[in-house]
Design a protein around this ligand. Structure first.
Ligand SMILES: Nc1nc2c(ncn2[C@@H]2O[C@H](COP(=O)(O)OP(=O)(O)O)[C@@H](O)[C@H]2O)c(=O)[nH]1
Ligand SMILES: [Mg+2]
Length: 200
């Protein structure tokens, strides 16, 4: 299965102004600067795709992308899902009140979205044990329904020495190990997503 098209669908402030929950969604979340936009662009093979969400103002919003997959089934050659770019956490420069509002909207999306199937939690491979990522992971494990999975995607693995990467893989055997720079781990993540959503 292969992604053949991807396009920006819409931005939303919260679940209330989000598109109808009628297509399976994959949410991407992580600290600001972890490499989320780069990963979305690499995954979809659209270099400018997530740029629309990095323009000032839009980084605070939930950004929906429509993803078109080619199947091997002639009767149903294409199948769709949505990738959802969530606001990065750990934004130091923003006022506290605004931060709280973002968190509320984000939390609501994560907890209330019935068609949300996969949480892709991006973690900087150089700093896998940050308190904020542990908190997020704990929260996701608390709210996760039986029909959902959490995927840990370690980014910027090109910045690790071979030994350190091997060690990280031992500690997180279920992890996906990504380098946007070297285009590593991208198919592993795509296969994980399509395997779970579509069974292949
Ligand atoms: N070395 C390296 N740098 C990366 C990788 N992915 C992203 N970056 C860089 O990290 C910075 C933040 O990336 P971006 O995708 O905008 O992060 P976001 O804030 O999570 O959306 C940019 O300077 C990217 O070029 C990667 O796999 N390897
Ligand atoms: Mg970004």
């Amino acid at each position: 299965m292969k992604i053949v098209d991807a396009k920006f669908l819409q931005s939303a402030q919260s679940v209330n102004d989000s598109p109808a929950p009628n297509v399976a969604e994959v949410a991407f979340l992580g600290r600001s600067n972890v490499g989320k936009s780069s990963l979305l662009n690499t995954l979809t093979n659209r270099s400018g795709l997530a740029k629309s969400s990095s323009t000032p103002g839009k980084t605070q919003l939930i950004n929906y992308f429509e993803i078109k997959f080619k199947t091997d089934n002639e009767e149903m050659p294409y199948i769709y899902s949505r990738f959802v770019d969530l606001p990065g956490f750990g934004y130091a420069k923003v006022a506290k009140s605004l931060k709280a509002q973002w968190n509320r909207n984000l939390t609501e999306y994560l907890q209330l979205r019935p068609n949300l199937q996969i949480f892709v939690h991006l973690i900087d491979a150089r700093h896998p044990e940050l308190e904020i990522d542990k908190n997020v992971d704990e929260f996701l494990n608390e709210i996760k329904r039986g029909d959902q999975i959490i995927v840990h995607a370690f980014t910027k693995t090109d910045k690790l020495k071979q030994n350190d990467l091997a060690q990280l893989k031992r500690v997180y055997p279920e992890g996906i190990f990504i380098s946007n720079l070297k285009k590593r781990g991208i198919m592993d993540l795509q296969n994980k997503i399509t395997g779970y959503l579509f069974g292949n």
